[in-house]
Design a protein around this ligand. Structure first.
Ligand code: RP5
Length: 171
């Protein structure tokens, strides 16, 4: 999809990554079963005209793909990473271990504990390797937080955020 000159895409595969225009935000999820929840974030990025990509990569099932993606993200021009996973959700922490880009973690409500397990896994990072954790399933807030980080150096986004907040208070 193309929107205001931005590029949006979903996975991808490691080879394809090299040939595509770099996304400002890289959004990873641990499983294809998480993908339906990501749409809330995609709507935010499309509204704000932020180039992003969605990648399925698992800290446990495809650890090498996660490591490579996180290590290469900054050099590709990505500014913020979002990682969402359920159950024993190590994905955001592992991503953060391989980059100094800001990482936002989203606990996904999967399994019998309905995301509380993922929330506790993601939020309790050891000192030195932070993950900014949002509420269970709140991909929209993760995306808005990413936009706020980008807006620190993009006046266009700062103005759009101000309008967005105004609309919240008038709605
Ligand atoms: C996590 O386990 C994923 O992020 C997902 O939320 C959960 C279940 O994954 P599947 O077994 O459906 O692939 O790793």
């Amino acid at each position: 999809i193309s929107f205001e000159g931005a590029h949006f895409r979903r996975d991808i595969g490691a080879k394809a990554l090299k040939h595509l225009k770099p996304p400002k935000v890289g959004l990873l999820v641990g499983s294809p079963s998480d993908l339906s929840q990501v749409e809330a974030a995609e709507r935010v990025f499309q509204e704000f005209g932020v180039p992003y990509e969605v990648v399925v990569a698992s800290a446990h099932r495809t650890p090498e793909k996660v490591r490579r993606y996180a290590e290469e993200a900054e050099a590709r021009g990505t500014k913020v990473l979002i990682a969402g996973a359920g159950l024993s959700a190590h994905l955001p922490g592992v991503v953060a271990a391989h980059t100094t880009l800001p990482v936002i973690g989203v606990p996904v409500a999967a399994g019998p504990l309905k995301g509380v397990d993922a929330l506790l896994s993601i939020v309790q990072m050891p000192r030195g390797v932070p993950v900014a954790t949002v509420g269970i399933g709140n991909f929209a807030n993760a995306a808005l937080l990413a936009v706020e980080i980008l807006a620190l150096s993009e006046e266009r986004l700062r103005r759009k955020l101000q309008n967005y907040r105004k609309n919240l208070s008038s709605g």
